[in-house]
Design a protein around this ligand. Structure first.
Ligand SMILES: *Cc1c(COP(=O)(O)O)cnc(C)c1O
Length: 481
């Protein structure tokens, strides 16, 4: 399964590196080294992928030099016709691909997309009624005391989202993130017995807490979510349903998640990154129903400055790719691969949170091996397998060391690996985990960070991992070594 738009030879990238080299050779060297590292590594990081050469090329040019604050056709700067063109193409592809009424493609990242969405909802549900009450058209027309009341109201709203250890995201109202400082937050977890989202529990909490925003979406929950039910809950308590599909947008685009599991027809507003399963440039996007479009388009100046026109161009290219049958096949294969990986691990008696997966990610509980996530992550990396540690529900080792390892198949699927390869990878992961012992601290207690990995296991797994990746060359058309 080759990336789309791979020419026989991408000389442009060789030329670009030469150019960089003339100014700052160390940067050229780091870029070259990154390609080599990516080519060699067995990458199971669930949030990463490989964008196509066409997407990469769309980002590396003079569109970057343009200021284009405002929206398509209504800019605060002159000379924006080409930015209008690429932004319109990206928005058109996004609405057609997802069946959304409106798309806003300016956010620079997932967190920016979420901030745009939060403030669009606050503007619609808190600011607009306050303006109407004061018979003012603009916030600048409010009296100082009305403005102070509005500011207090904006900062005193409630949000209900998935807890971090159940797989939720920091931007869903958690204190270290600005969302937790803006909103009074409560979170729903998962059923302790099954690890699955318990909709009755979410409903009971929503009735009690009465959030302004009910947020659904995750970074580490290996199952699909029924958005029809989430919308019913939101409607019952008068909440706006926001879905953050940052992780699984590619599965929605590729029509793996349809009907009740497709957030677009059910949510009032949907945010996403464009670089995870969607396989585009690093960036964000907001999709919404018509009622929220005007507020969403005020992302700049609300929380954004000038958009990144070169990244919007790359989003347009990536979204065009995502509308092809090839992309749908990739999305199906991502899930089939994740399920094969989960099955391979389960057969080797590795404990999986929720027992399996419906999406692109698998969450392992490594505590039965006597390891923390931190030890497992480091030992796997020593053996050439790139993953990340992640908290599991009610994690006994806490959010830093954790007891989990999160695996994802988007990047390897893009490279072309298949279900048989996933079984080999399950074998490699199991071999490393079984070959790793926690070290003890000087006072004889088990260390949460130190470990010893059997050197023979390390070498043998590294070799097999490198072998596997050599069979699926990354960016073969890019001749840089
Ligand atoms: C990755 C992620 C984000 C943040 O995306 P960035 O582009 O890193 O800012 C937000 N929400 C969820 C659910 C994510 O998984």
């Amino acid at each position: 399964m080759a990336l789309p738009a791979e020419p026989a030879d991408s000389l442009a990238f060789t030329a670009a590196l030469d150019l960089i080299s003339q100014v700052e050779p160390r940067v050229a060297e780091a870029v070259r080294q990154e390609l080599q590292d990516q080519r060699e590594s067995l990458k199971l990081i669930a949030s990463e992928n490989y964008a196509s050469p066409a997407v990469l090329a769309a980002m590396g040019n003079w569109l970057s030099d343009k200021y284009a604050e405002g929206t398509i056709g209504r800019r605060f700067y002159a000379g924006c016709r080409n930015v209008d063109t690429v932004e319109q193409i990206a928005a058109d592809h996004a609405t057609a691909l997802f069946g959304a009424a409106h798309a806003y493609v300016q956010p620079h990242s997932g967190i920016d997309a979420n901030l745009v969405a939060f403030w669009a909802v606050l503007a619609q549900r808190v600011e607009a009624p306050a303006l109407a009450r004061a018979q003012a058209r603009h916030v600048n027309d409010l009296s100082d005391s009305d403005w102070e009341d509005l500011r207090r109201d904006l900062g005193n709203q409630r949000m209900l989202g998935m807890s971090l250890d159940a797989g939720g995201h920091l931007t869903h109202g958690f204190r270290p993130n600005i969302s937790g400082k803006m909103f009074h937050q409560a979170s729903y977890g998962t059923d302790p017995a099954t690890g699955l989202l318990d909709y009755d529990q979410v409903r009971a909490q929503a009735r009690e807490f009465r959030p302004l925003i009910l947020i659904a979406g995750y970074s580490a929950y290996p199952r699909k979510i029924n958005f029809r039910v989430m919308r019913e809950i939101a409607d019952e308590v008068g909440a706006t349903l926001m879905v953050d599909m940052a992780h699984f947008a590619g599965l929605v685009a590729g029509k793996v998640f349809t009907g009740d599991y497709d957030p677009i027809p059910h949510a009032h507003i949907v945010t996403t990154t464009t670089h995870k399963t969607l396989r585009g440039p690093r960036g964000g996007m907001v999709l919404c129903q018509s009622e929220l479009a005007e507020q969403v388009d005020r992302g700049c100046p609300m929380v954004l400055g000038g958009p990144l026109p070169h990244v919007m161009a790359a989003k347009a290219v990536a979204l065009a790719e995502a509308r092809t049958p090839d992309f749908a096949r990739y999305a199906q294969a991502v899930v089939a691969n994740a399920q094969a990986l989960a099955e391979g691990l389960r057969r080797r008696n590795v404990t999986l949170v929720t027992g399996g997966t419906d999406n692109h990610l698998v969450l392992l509980d490594v505590s039965p091996f006597g390891l923390t996530g931190r030890q497992a992550e480091a030992a796997l990396l020593d053996a050439g397998v790139v993953t990340n540690r992640n908290a599991i529900p009610r994690d006994p080792a806490g959010a830093w060391y954790t007891s989990g390892i999160r695996l994802g198949t988007p990047a390897l699927t893009t490279r072309g690996l298949n279900q048989a390869d996933m079984d080999r990878i399950a074998h490699l992961i199991h071999t490393v985990l079984a070959g790793t012992q926690p070290a003890t601290t000087p006072d004889g207690k088990p260390s949460p960070a130190k470990y010893t990995l059997d050197a023979k296991v390390r070498d043998q797994v590294s070799e097999e991992a490198a072998d596997l990746m050599a069979g699926y060359p990354l960016y073969p058309a890019i001749r840089i070594s």
